[in-house]
Design a binder for this molecule. Structure first.
Ligand code: 5GP
Length: 139
C-alpha cells in the first residue's frame, strides 16, 4: 500500500492539524498521544513520509532512535515512571492504526496497568499540562 499523504500524522507534520508538541528537530517531531495509555504517552515520528520501519533508511533510523532516547529521557524526568515501554507497530495486522511510522513512548507505573491502545481520549487541559512538563524536561 502506498503512503497516504492524508493520514492524520502527515497532516500534523504539515501543520494542518494541531498537536501537543514536546520536541522537534529537522528530522523528527514528538507529540503526545491524544488517547494515552498512561500519563506522558508520547509519539516520536520521522518527518520523512514513511509508513513503517522497513521504509525508513538507515540514516533516518539513527535520527529517530536518537530523538526517541532524548524524548524518553524527558518523559522519565517529567513523570518518574517505574519503567518505559517503547512500542512500534507495523501494519494493520500488528495493530497499526495510523499509517505514518511512529514510536510510542509509554510510561509504566508499578501499581497500574497501561490503558488499552487508542481507546480513551484525554482532556485537552491535561494534555497541555503534560506536554509542558515534558518540554520543560528536554535538554
Ligand atoms: P498506532 O496504532 O498506529 O501504533 O498508534 C497510533 C496512535 O495515534 C494511537 O495510540 C492513537 O491513540 C493515536 N492517535 C490517533 N489519532 C490521533 C490524533 O489525532 N492525534 C494524536 N496526537 N494522536 C492520535
Amino acid at each position: 500500500m502506498p503512503y497516504d499523504n492524508d493520514n492524520i500524522f502527515a497532516k500534523i507534520l504539515r501543520g494542518e492539524l494541531p498537536a501537543f508538541t514536546v520536541y522537534e528537530n529537522d528530522q523528527c517531531l514528538a507529540f503526545l498521544d491524544v488517547m494515552p495509555q498512561s500519563d506522558g504517552h508520547t509519539l516520536v515520528l520521522p518527518k520523512q513520509p514513511v509508513q513503517n520501519l522497513f521504509d525508513l533508511d538507515d540514516e533516518a533510523a539513527k535520527y529517530l532512535i536518537t530523538a526517541v532516547r532524548k524524548v524518553a529521557g524527558a518523559v522519565q524526568d517529567a513523570f518518574s515512571p517505574d519503567g518505559i515501554r517503547l512500542m512500534q507497530l507495523n501494519g494493520e495486522a500488528a495493530g497499526q492504526t495510523v499509517m505514518h511510522l511512529h514510536m510510542h513512548i509509554i510510561p509504566c507505573y508499578a501499581h497500574s496497568t497501561p490503558l488499552s491502545h487508542a481507546q480513551h481520549m484525554a482532556e485537552t487541559e491535561i494534555l497541555e499540562e503534560h506536554a509542558a512538563k515534558i518540554r520543560a524536561a528536554i535538554h
